[in-house]
Write a protein of this length. Structure first.
Length: 108
């Protein structure tokens, strides 16, 4: 399987809200609240049905873990997730810069 296929499988909208709620052991209104405050943005079908991807479910699992296992409140979980996202972006930028330097002969 190629990286592109794997990535699209992660982001493909596939689960309705009731299924995700069951998978995570939370109530549907909790997921609707997370959407309302901007933590998660599920895909909406033409019929306006929320559809969650594997990536969405993974993010929701992280939120649940931070809150239940580590005692972080929802605002804190949101801050932590944004910091992780920013760190990943900076890591990608660093890797790209290193590659550019390598290609331009900067490692000599």
């Amino acid at each position: 399987m190629t990286v592109i296929n794997e990535r699209s499988r992660e982001t493909e909208p596939r689960y309705v809200i009731s299924v995700v709620a069951r998978m995570l052991g939370v109530r549907s209104h909790t997921l609707r609240y997370y959407e309302k405050i901007g933590i998660i943005e599920p895909y909406r079908s033409r019929g306006n049905i929320r559809l969650y991807s594997e990536r969405d479910v993974a993010l929701l699992r992280k939120i649940k873990s931070l809150m239940e296992d580590m005692g972080v409140n929802l605002a804190g979980a949101e801050v932590i997730l944004r910091m992780i996202q920013r760190m990943n972006e900076l890591q990608r930028e660093l890797e790209e810069t290193r590659e550019q330097l390598r290609q331009s002969g900067g490692d000599q």
